[in-house]
Design a protein. Structure first.
Length: 345
């Protein structure tokens, strides 16, 4: 079968590999669509994501959907022909974190397309993948495979919004207008936020967020005065979400948050923290919360997509056939052109 594999920095190949064996509680899925995430781009560009370094060829991709091809002897929940979205996390269910409801911190999780463990956990950017039946979430015929593959990033956004507490009638700010930031915006509106302000430095991504419900968009590079206005009088924003992965973005959140406000960090921070005003946490009695992946929000996300509660179609930039996977990665890495790019099989 065809298998996209990253062998190292800037070394992406379209290889072939043997089909995986199928266990009694497992499902073989013919992959139809896989989203290119920021972590996939990091593995491709740098051969690593933070401390997770590629030590063997890695199949990327953890935002996936497909069609059931074969089921194991013990599987009853799905059958061949079913259309499914694929939860990328296979958790153990027995460690202390799984038992207390924090499965996103499972001590032995297998997560698609990750070099966090060795041998690496291979991802979904291949013709077929074998998963546990519990990782398959059925999707209706009315939802395209490309839109169903948004289940994973939307689950991340839903978890971040749930982590913030009630947003009903509140003002929220999202720093970082990439796919996750845009989905947090949509999830915040769904949760009842009265205003959602989105901040970035790229006009094209801000325009995309305006199309999906942002009350106000701010280009921090060209309109810093607008950010200063949000920080006036000790801050004016109830809940801030940092989704840019930059300390400059976190600094904007800490300044804009009102006293006793909430700051949720979603992006993986990088760069220098020297100018980040961490004392604002103490001075304004801020609650700072980290939000990592998701717990039980994956099925919720797919349900939101299936019922049309969240329309992610404006975020889909292109669906690129796997034969042109290099073009897909190039497009996905250009923030002036792309929001979300899917590789299709």
């Amino acid at each position: 079968m065809l298998n996209c594999m990253i062998h190292g920095a800037q070394d992406l190949r379209l290889d072939t590999s043997d089909a995986q064996p199928l266990g009694p509680s497992q499902v073989r899925v013919g992959v139809k669509a896989v989203g290119i995430c920021g972590s996939d781009l990091h593995y491709y560009r740098h051969g690593r994501v933070g401390d997770f370094v590629i030590r063997e060829p890695l199949t990327p991709g953890h935002e996936a959907s497909g069609q059931v091809l074969e089921v194991g002897a013990d599987v009853t929940a799905v059958r061949p022909g079913d259309r499914v979205a694929l939860d990328p996390a296979r958790t153990c269910g027995v460690c202390r974190y799984c038992r207390q409801g924090d499965s996103n911190h499972c001590e032995s999780v297998h997560f698609f397309g990750s070099a966090s463990r060795f041998p690496h956990m291979q991802g979904a950017m291949r013709e077929e993948v074998v998963v546990d039946a519990r990782q398959c979430v059925p999707v209706p015929d009315s939802l395209s495979f490309e839109l169903a593959a948004f289940g994973e990033p939307l689950a991340v956004a839903l978890h971040a919004v749930r982590s913030a507490g009630s947003l009903l009638g509140k003002t929220a700010m999202v720093v970082g207008a990439g796919p996750i930031g845009a989905l947090i915006l949509m999830a915040a509106r769904l949760a009842g936020a009265s205003r959602v302000i989105v901040v970035d430095i790229v006009d094209q991504t801000l325009a995309a967020c305006a199309r999906v419900g942002a009350t106000q968009t701010i280009n921090a590079a060209t309109d810093p005065a607008a950010l200063d206005a949000l920080a006036a009088n000790k801050g004016t924003v109830d809940v801030c979400f940092e989704a840019s992965g930059s300390y400059a973005g976190l600094a904007s959140c800490l300044r804009a948050a009102r006293p006793r406000g909430v700051v949720v960090t979603v992006g993986t921070l990088s760069g220098s923290s020297a100018d980040c005003p961490f004392n604002q946490i103490m001075v304004k009695s801020l609650s700072c919360i980290g939000s990592f992946r998701f717990v039980d929000e994956y099925a919720m996300a797919v349900d939101c997509l299936a019922r049309g509660l969240v329309d992610v179609s404006p975020l889909l930039t292109a669906a690129v056939p796997v034969a042109r996977v290099h073009d897909a990665f190039a497009l996905a890495g250009d923030r002036n052109q792309a929001m979300k790019v899917m590789v299709t099989f």
